[in-house]
Design a protein around this ligand. Structure first.
Ligand code: PGA
Length: 255
């Protein structure tokens, strides 16, 4: 049985008190299943207090970003070394980091290596913009991101990472991707990893879909071959919706 992974990305929402209330609600509503791992990624402000609150059998904690140096004169940054022992997962290269903060594949590759070096599981986000897609560039963009972002990792390290396919045009827009578009993109990602690092590495890799996932479309993605879970933004701030998405992952894992 391949475990499913449902990740909630809370982005820059909720202060520590609000985050704590949401964790409480989620713990009341999410049913624990052996076949589904649930990860929540609150603001970095809240990870430390939530680490004390969260019932780790129900949910794991993740960070939304981490800097690539472990320490030093980098005002405002939080390093993966600081997150070590507090979070189990860390999102790297989210499209908002790429497009709002101008992170390049060079930076993302270094961040990925830092997260792995500090024994945190990375969730690497890749995905094309709508201009890429309409220009027929999706395959090339995914290939370039996968190749450049993974370049600092060994085959063995790649076996344990998570890649999230998140088409930029589908994030926070309600314009979600069709399951066959997701299938195609995930095949491209898996194919690239297989070509570069071999079949064994590709088999170990967990691949998620993210972009306007809601309770009513979650199941359709979970049923796509090669999809191991979901990265959920907006709907992860609503405990009812997020719990329903977790339940649908369990349902598809059972089938
Ligand atoms: P969304 O965000 O579910 O609100 O589209 C997804 C993400 O940013 O990871």
């Amino acid at each position: 049985m391949r475990k499913k992974l449902i990740v909630g990305n809370w982005k820059m929402n909720l202060n520590t008190h609000q985050a704590s209330v949401l964790v409480h609600r989620l713990e009341e509503n999410i049913e624990t299943h052996k076949d589904v791992d649930v990860v929540i990624c609150p603001s970095v402000m809240s990870v430390q207090p939530l680490n004390l609150q969260v019932n780790k059998r129900k949910m794991k904690l993740g960070a939304q970003d981490a800097f690539y140096e472990d320490e030093g004169a980098y005002t405002g940054q939080v390093s993966a070394a600081m997150l070590h022992g507090v979070v189990e997962y860390c999102i790297v290269g989210h499209s908002e980091r790429r497009h709002v903060f101008g992170e390049t594949d060079d930076v993302i590759g270094k961040k990925l290596a830092a997260v792995v070096r500090n024994k945190i599981k990375p969730i690497l986000c890749v995905g094309e913009t709508s201009a890429d897609r309409s220009g027929g560039e999706t395959k090339q963009v995914l290939h370039d991101q996968v190749t450049a972002d993974l370049r600092n990792l060994t085959d063995k390290e790649i076996q344990n990472i998570v890649i999230a396919y998140e088409p930029v045009w589908a994030i926070g827009t309600g314009d979600f991707a069709k399951p066959n578009q997701v299938k195609e993109a995930i095949e491209i990602i898996r194919h690239n990893v297989r070509e570069l690092y071999g079949a064994k590495t590709e088999e170990g890799l967990r691949v998620l879909y993210g972009g306007s996932v809601k309770p009513d479309n979650a199941q359709s993605y979970m049923d796509v071959e090669g999809v191991d879970g979901l990265l959920v933004g907006g709907a992860s701030l609503n405990y009812k919706q997020f719990s329903e998405i977790v339940a649908s992952a369990h349902k598809s894992a059972e089938n």
